[in-house]
Design a protein around this ligand. Structure first.
Ligand SMILES: NC(=O)c1ccc[n+]([C@@H]2O[C@H](COP(=O)([O-])OP(=O)(O)OC[C@H]3O[C@@H](n4cnc5c(N)ncnc54)[C@H](OP(=O)(O)O)[C@@H]3O)[C@@H](O)[C@H]2O)c1
Length: 330
């Protein structure tokens, strides 16, 4: 189990060693977390500052380096594709502020997501998140040269000198882009290289790519509504020491429709869940092979709910099974 703050730590059962280590922040992470507190100190009193200041976020190691990453990140498909009008972008400022105040770091985007990358660049310039940011975008085009041009454009849109993570989106022309990404990594233009899929597509091919190519990260879909990756991809990622990013953690929002009008079970308090969003996210982040889930939201109040999953205890194997059975019977 994951411990929260010191005051009630004694009430928690012992946590497994692997998970304990997963929670231990490195020096680098401490610096980033302190940077968060800097953001929090400047934030209004109602904005979740207490949470960030008094509790430790759940961090997971990136196997390739041991660097620690907060287990809840932010997706930007649809929700950040709002165009260039200031009036459309303004409501996203508090969304991103809440994200960083609550200890978030990874923002995931793609050139496929319309104006999302330009919107991220704008929002980063208008918030204090840059010191904490773990930037993750994708390359999504045919041809190596076109891929390089797309990546240079993404750097300009985000307004950053390098990416933390570049992923090959939906495995599109992945062998060609992998050559570029290896070169970019050697030049220091990206720190980690990854590959993605979603909706259960092309899993057999992804398995081969994960088995034979040097990926630091993989991204695919996992949620209470879609558990296919438990069979092969999650165990393979653990075996190959590949960090795992989980997309569509709310099944694109459909999980909320499935529980509409249904009360959260009382036993969800055993792993510090206050709402269904945290129930769905903690199911994902409690899987030992998962590094980070990336829910998307356009609403600051949803962001506060989602980031609550970054704190408190996680369900153990028995509780995870109970979550599955409960969801199946809904
Ligand atoms: N192939 C790929 O690489 C790939 C494919 C798919 C997705 N992705 C990545 O994964 C991210 C997440 O997936 P997704 O955006 O498809 O779906 P998702 O995160 O599973 O669901 C997003 C939906 O959930 C709603 N929501 C979020 N928090 C909520 C809350 N607390 N209460 C009620 N509703 C809530 C959002 O509406 P509100 O705006 O109203 O909160 C939105 O409609 C994407 O944004 C993208 O970055 C990658």
């Amino acid at each position: 189990m994951h411990a929260v703050n010191g005051s009630n730590r004694a009430n928690f059962p012992a946590e497994p060693a692997a998970q304990r280590n997963a929670m231990k922040p490195s020096l680098w992470d401490r610096r980033r977390f302190l940077a968060t507190l800097g953001v929090a100190a400047a934030a209004p009193a109602w904005s979740g500052v207490t949470l960030a200041q008094t509790r430790s976020p759940i961090l997971r190691p990136i196997p390739a380096t041991g660097e620690m990453l907060p287990a809840v990140g932010l997706g930007t498909w649809i929700t950040f594709n709002v165009g260039s009008a200031a009036s459309a972008r303004a409501p996203l400022v508090p969304v991103v502020e809440r994200f960083f105040e609550h200890g978030g770091a990874m923002i995931d985007s793609s050139p496929m997501y319309g104006t999302s990358e330009a919107v991220i660049g704008d929002l980063l310039a208008r918030t204090n998140g840059r010191p904490r940011l773990f930037s993750a975008t994708k390359v999504w085009t045919y041809g190596q040269a076109a891929g390089e041009r797309q990546l240079e454009a993404s750097l300009r849109l985000w307004g950053i000198p390098r990416f933390d993570l570049i992923q090959i989106h939906n495995m599109l022309h992945w062998e060609a882009h992998l050559e570029t990404l290896k070169a970019w990594k050697a030049q220091g233009k990206v720190r980690y290289v990854g590959i993605t899929t979603s909706h259960g597509r092309r899993h057999a091919e992804l398995e081969k790519a994960m088995s034979h190519s040097p990926f630091d990260f993989v991204q695919f879909t996992y949620s209470l509504a879609d558990r296919d990756v438990e069979q092969r991809l999650l165990p393979l990622a653990a075996e190959r020491k590949i960090a795992v990013v989980i997309n569509r953690p709310f099944d694109g929002g459909d999980l909320f429709a499935a529980v509409k009008g249904k009360p959260l079970p009382a036993w969800a308090r055993e792993f510090d869940c206050e709402n269904w969003a945290q129930f769905f996210l903690k199911f994902i982040t409690s899987h030992s092979a998962v590094t980070c889930a990336i829910p998307a939201t356009s609403q600051a109040r949803h962001m506060a709910e989602n980031m609550g999953a970054l704190y408190g205890r996680l369900p153990d194997a028995k509780l995870r099974e109970r979550m599955v059975q409960h969801f199946v019977r809904l």
